[in-house]
Design a protein around this ligand. Structure first.
Ligand SMILES: Cc1ncc(COP(=O)(O)O)c(C=O)c1O
Length: 376
């Protein structure tokens, strides 16, 4: 990894001079989001296990833990290895690990992370993990993944899921830690009433399943799931013991359009931006910046410009270029800097090596995005 380009600006009130494109984190807003979610969880008796797929950064994960999180979630084994090696001692892997080499890596990680948990949704996977654990004299903590209707991972909450729970509970090399159900398909449901109704239905499904486990004498101390789109609804039924929210730290255009502060007790602020520089402005009403497709995830809408003196709209103009369109009477100077709210924060964050943490105009820190990229 190349050292950060903007290192010489650390501690200086020269954010405008950052070499761009640069990922910018407004610390005041970030810290507000960080502590408000922690306080929300504390107030409602639910533990916070933030999903670090949002930022993949050890520095940020440690701030979440310092603010009261009980541990972290990781999507990929490679992310968990980086977080675990950095000393984070409670990690839930929210995707199954099924490849042989991956399962062997998991066993090694299990030796260094005090509380490592992994989801399972398949009997053969559970058997293979049990076999590996038994031969090395270890025990692997398993969270049974239940499908809330997203159909991405998880078993449907029927008899075969109960049989899988029974197997995990009884296996010598496994410990049944509890349940995960992540309703990703509900996070961006536009109507709050509909999102709430559907989320409650998932909670009721989980409560019913937990009840059935109880009648089979399988204790279920952990029920984990939820995200930023349902963070306030998730605690209402008292079923989830842990909230896995991630995007609340940064927010993005997608979430800003869904989370209406009128519906929610907290309004999370957008703390994450991409800063770019105007590199060309030859045509009336048009300018070109140095941030194109490679600087933003493109699965959602386009980036939203903030803080410009004139009304300008960002459009993708190429791999390395963004376009600005504005009134032909107006001008945007070459060399001027602009910021945009990201359409979707997690996959955008993943595109950068570093994030620039700023307070006002001062570059306070540059944090490495340690597990960035397509990690296996
Ligand atoms: C399993 C799981 N849990 C939690 C989250 C966090 O969701 P959000 O970023 O919406 O808070 C995600 C995000 O996709 C996820 O995949």
């Amino acid at each position: 990894l190349q050292p950060p380009l903007n290192q010489s600006l650390l501690g200086k009130p020269l954010v405008e001079e950052l070499q761009t494109p640069a990922l910018i984190l407004d610390l005041e807003l970030f810290e507000k989001n960080l502590s408000e979610m922690a306080q929300h969880c504390q107030k409602h008796g639910i533990a916070l296990r933030p999903h670090t797929k949002t930022h993949k950064s050890v520095a940020i994960a440690k701030l979440q833990l310092a603010a009261g999180a009980v541990g972290i979630c990781c999507a990929k084994l490679g992310e968990a290895e980086i977080m675990g090696t950095a000393g984070i001692d409670s990690i839930l892997l929210t995707s199954p690990v099924v490849a042989k080499a991956g399962m062997r890596r998991l066993m090694q990680l299990n030796e260094i992370v005090e509380e490592l948990m992994v989801v399972v949704d398949d009997r053969a996977n559970a058997e293979a993990l049990n076999e590996l654990a038994r031969t090395s004299g270890a025990v692997v903590r398993i969270v049974l993944d239940l499908d809330p209707g997203l159909h991405r991972t998880g078993v449907l909450p029927g008899d075969s899921a109960l049989a899988l729970a029974r197997f995990i509970h009884d296996a010598d090399g496994l410990e049944f830690a509890g349940l995960q159900s992540y309703a990703g398909h509900l996070m961006h449901v536009e109507s709050y009433a509909e999102r709430r109704l559907k989320s409650h239905a998932v909670m009721d499904m989980l409560a019913e399943f937990q009840h059935r486990l109880g009648s089979m004498n399988i204790p279920c101390p952990l029920v984990t799931g939820g995200g930023t789109g349902t963070y306030d609804i998730d605690a209402e039924r008292g079923v989830l013991t842990e909230l896995q929210a991630g995007s609340y730290l940064f927010m993005d255009r997608q979430y800003n359009e869904v989370l209406d502060p009128g519906d929610h007790s907290l309004g999370f602020d957008t703390s994450l931006f991409v800063q770019m520089t105007v590199i060309s402005a030859g045509s009336p009403g048009l300018a070109t910046t140095d941030a194109g497709f490679k600087c933003f995830a493109t699965d959602a809408d386009s980036p939203l410009l903030v803080g410009t003196d004139i009304a300008a709209r960002y459009f993708f103009f190429g791999d390395e270029q963004g376009g600005l369109s504005f009134d032909k009477q107006e001008t945007i100077e070459i060399g001027s800097t602009l910021r945009a709210i990201t359409p979707h924060c997690d996959p955008t964050f993943n595109l950068f090596d570093y994030v620039h943490a700023i307070r006002g105009d001062t570059l306070e820190a540059i944090w490495t995005i340690d597990a960035r990229g397509c990690v296996a």
